[in-house]
Design a protein around this ligand. Structure first.
Ligand code: MSP
Length: 593
């Protein structure tokens, strides 16, 4: 297999004069082929989603969390294809007061509720193409073993003590709140009840003898960790926020509840009268899935990336690393944080009746369409608003018109009657811009396009590394627009295959456009796997030619053979992404309401 990196392509040996390097920022040329850095580290990568509460059915916010992790993981697999190099876990968080109360309210045994809702998450994730390698349920025996072992370590290291814990407890958030985070709200009957200032959920006063974790000892180690690794929490504003929290004293943390109050959980080893705090229980899931407490877990920890929503940052960036340090382990490699989806400007909630069902969306917009929408529009740094018209507009313009239209233009029978990848002519499109001659047809903008697409894989990888997947998609979309501009500019439909003057240039225009499409298809795989497969199959790109490590763009341009030249295109299988019919009944209804 030919391995020509973008780097080699652009830094052609043996050429003088103006090279493509002049068109690019030097940053793009510093790091070698994609995949090389990861290969060199020989590192394993372990991605996790939060585990989802089973008190209610999944909504689009949950799916978004899982999709971000899925896209990161799929991108990583394209860089380092070895199946043994990447793991990806998700699952359901099934213990705690919140689930105990939800089951009681539904008149179900907790196990029944857990089975029912966990199955809904599993089905949703299957349908949405979440490529996890493990789905954990915290009610599994393997998890109880891991949690109790972890507890034992903390105990043996003198980090747990028994004491009186008193304060406000919010069952909905499963956490104690300081007085300053509690306010009064008048209920429907006019009485006032205490609620969490941030979430508005009810809180209750709790005074119990519990096991307490010496969290206060970890303030400085946590500060050292975060100051020493500025990318530990990404994007940066969240990293800064955690460091700001750590400027204040860290109180010790209650890590158990009386079993008489909370029976739905894992008992404290050696003390059945206490149940382990649900957050400690839940966080250890990240170790359970890599085999903890068996030694095998060490080959995956700490090369772990946690993908989480901003509401659970404190648990992942303070409690979890402190617990890990306490148990003699390192904090996770990365914590990637995202913001939330609102619906028509409002927080999604059952009581407001505005919860968007992700399965309906997958049906309406297709799996790839909805994945593309959430990842293209979701910006980790701030909240995003959902409404149906936005989805239709985006998918019609970017997937159906721009990308689908481009493929159609370059593969349609009337323009590409032989149904092949045409030959690139270096006389029409010399590698040196600015050459003048009777057969030179390429213009300055065409060199700009070649440069933009050649540097796209590196740019996309950088955006993935910075957890800015929407920027990666924005960059791809911008190149698709540029490629459409290229095709429009040279109007291949006006050129004639029969003419010896036109034919080499016509082939070259199509060759360049197909090469661009091949790069787009390859880069879109983590986000729209089915659509990308359809696109690459139509181009005749085999399964072994779809990785990022060996992705080479337009090798002919710098005098290397192109394995695709002359190859038959794949079979025609219809529109790449059909336009969403705006007159569909559901959309008309959505407009009216
Ligand atoms: N069970 C805990 C996590 C334990 S992880 C050791 C939990 N569960 S959750 O079901 O409430 O939330 C799971 C994920 O969904 C979180 O990352 C949360 O931020 C995310 N989302 C919940 N609502 C959301 C939106 N409206 N928008 C985007 N993500 C949202 O917390």
């Amino acid at each position: 297999m030919l391995r020509i990196s973008v780097l080699r392509l652009l830094g052609r040996p043996g050429t003088s004069g103006v090279s493509l390097l002049e068109y690019s920022s030097p940053r793009h040329y510093s790091s070698g082929p994609l995949g090389a850095r990861d290969d060199a580290r020989g590192a394993r990568a372990f991605f996790t989603t939060p585990i989802f509460y089973v008190n209610a059915a999944p909504h689009i916010g949950h799916l978004y969390s899982a999709l971000l992790a899925d896209a990161l993981c799929r991108h990583r697999r394209l860089r380092v294809p070895s199946a043994a190099a990447t793991r990806f876990s998700t699952g359901t968080d099934e213990h705690g007061l919140k689930i105990q109360q939800a089951a009681a309210a539904a008149g179900l045994a907790p196990t029944e509720l857990c089975d029912r809702v966990s199955a809904q998450f599993q089905q949703l994730f299957r349908e949405a193409g979440i490529s996890s390698t493990d789905f954990i349920r915290t009610t599994e025996a393997r998890h109880r073993i891991a949690v109790q072992h972890f507890w034992g370590l903390l105990k043996a290291r003198g980090l747990l003590y028994k004491g009186l814990y008193e304060g406000w407890y919010c069952a909905s958030e499963e956490c104690f709140l300081p007085e300053a985070k509690v306010t009064r709200q008048s209920g429907s009957s006019g009485d006032s009840c205490p609620v969490s200032l941030e979430s508005g959920h009810p809180v209750s006063w709790t005074k119990e003898e519990n096991y307490i974790f010496r969290l206060s000892q970890f303030r400085e180690p946590l500060q050292r960790w975060l100051r020493g690794d500025p990318q530990a929490i990404t994007p940066e504003p969240f990293h800064r926020a955690v460091l700001e929290w750590l400027e204040e004293e860290l109180p010790d943390l209650s890590v158990s509840r009386k079993s008489s109050h909370l029976h739905w959980g894992i008992p404290v080893p050696g003390d059945d009268s206490q149940t382990i705090y649900v957050w400690l229980d839940a966080l250890v899931n990240y170790l359970t899935v890599i085999g903890y407490p068996n030694a095998e877990f060490k080959s995956w920890w700490p090369s772990t990336s946690h993908i989480i929503g901003k509401d659970i940052l404190k648990f992942h960036a303070i409690y979890w690393p402190a617990l890990l340090l306490g148990a003699g382990m390192s904090p996770p490699h990365r914590i990637y944080v995202h913001s939330h989806w609102t619906v028509c400007g409002q927080k999604m909630s059952k009581s407001l009746g505005n919860v968007v069902d992700p399965r309906t969306c997958l049906d309406r917009y297709t799996v790839d369409g909805f994945r593309y929408f959430l990842l293209r529009q979701g910006v980790p740094n701030w909240d995003c608003d959902y409404y149906d018209e936005k989805v239709v507009k985006l998918l019609d313009s970017e997937l159906a018109d721009a990308l689908g239209g481009l493929l159609n233009r370059c593969t349609a029978k009337r323009i590409n009657p032989s149904g092949t990848y045409p030959v690139f002519c270096t006389t029409c499109f010399p590698s040196e811009p600015g050459l003048v001659g009777p057969s030179v047809r390429a213009q300055a903008e065409d060199y700009a396009l070649v440069n933009a697409v050649a540097t796209l894989p590196r740019q996309v990888a950088d955006h993935y590394d910075n957890f800015q997947i929407y920027k990666a998609l924005e960059a791809v979309s911008s190149c698709v627009r540029q490629t459409n501009g290229f095709v429009q500019r040279h109007a291949p439909w006006k050129l004639n295959w029969e003419s010896p003057v036109d034919a080499p240039w016509l082939g070259t225009v199509l060759h360049v456009a197909l090469e661009c499409l091949r790069v787009f298809g390859t880069l879109l795989q983590p986000v729209t796997p089915n659509l990308a497969d359809k696109l690459l199959s139509r181009l005749g790109v085999s399964a072994t030619e779809r990785g990022l490590g060996e992705l080479c763009f337009l090798p002919r341009f710098c005098g290397h053979p192109c394995p695709f030249e002359g190859r038959r295109l794949g079979p025609e299988t219809g529109l790449l992404f059909p336009r969403l019919d705006q007159s569909r009944a559901w959309l008309v209804k959505a407009h009216r309401t």
